[in-house]
Design a binder for this molecule. Sequence first.
Ligand SMILES: N[C@@H](CCC(=O)N[C@@H](CS)C(=O)NCC(=O)O)C(=O)O
Length: 372
Amino acid sequence: MSEITLYGSPLSLYTGKARSYLIKSRLSYREVLPNTQHYETNVLPKMGGRRSIPVVETANGEVIRDGAAIIDHYESRNGQLYSPKTPKQQFISRLFDVIGMEGLLRPAMHYRWNFDDFNKEFVQFHFETFIPPNLDRKALAEKRMNQMRDAGRSFGAISDTFSLVESLYCRLLPKLSAHFSEYPYLLGNRPCIGDFGMIAPLYGHLGRDPKPLSLMQSRAISLYRWVERMNRPEADLGEFAQQDNKLLDDDQIPDTLIEVLRQIAIDFIPETEAACIAINKWLTEQDALAPNTPAERGIGMCNFEVEGQTITALAQPYRFYLLKRAQDHYASLSRTEQEDIDGLLAACSMNELVKMKLSRDIDRLDNREIWL
Ligand SMILES: N[C@@H](CCC(=O)N[C@@H](CS)C(=O)NCC(=O)O)C(=O)O
């Protein structure tokens, strides 16, 4: 029997992050759907009142909800195996973690929910598996699917923005593929925390649902290979000449990755800025937000401009919970090292990112993100 039970689903975006980490770390786990009596009785009550996947249950009954918390837990026991040690690589790794968790939700939701001819049966099959078999699986799955369609809209994928969302994603695909045709992972021949962030949208939705899968396979072959590689325990360096198992030397950040970040910046930066302003404004209006109050998924909507169009999307505190890790790392560096990162961010059109901070910090308590 495995030491670790991973509650998740093949089609879940966020499960993809924890699963890939467990696979790459060669930790023995079994994956099950969160639809059993054992889950309801023994796991759910320890999840801090938030029902989400992924969740891990350890052999001694400890429950860890949230992909980042799962990785933190095992990284601290694993000698921080997948956390780069050098200044720029550590920063970029953390940045890609945020981008994977929050920056690609629009294409991930659009390509799942707005192509029913391609995806509907496939997605419905999986949603039915979440429902315990004694209940009306079809009706309950339909209800849940409608909630997720709404979530897609709340991230800003509505009919007015479809062509913009597609245009941004279709420009990103070849850039990611160009990078992965030269390097097996983001920073060389081994994955970093940022790879685990990025696999979340790029496997569960964009690298698996029928519509976006065919797009990726036809337009971004080397990106598709990375998706496969991230779900295999071996390094899977087949097509590459260099077979060592190392990050790039000398704190290098490849130019191909700068190109990827420049593309991502187009909506990631205005959205992060607008969400930061909206959440900070909301915080000033909360007279009685006691310390340790759970930080909910969203505090309300924010608007931002992308290539002449306005997008309206949910402002999510979690983006800043993860971004702060990159910012804290930046703050710990010498002035010269910070200037190196400033230069890197300027090259990616992400100059202001280290300054986008919430006026109150977020931490974790009993499996929830909370306001300090
Ligand atoms: N921050 C969490 C987010 C997890 C999450 O939202 N998972 C989705 C499925 S991919 C979910 O369970 N959604 C249900 C809900 O939020 O009610 C993590 O990184 O694990």
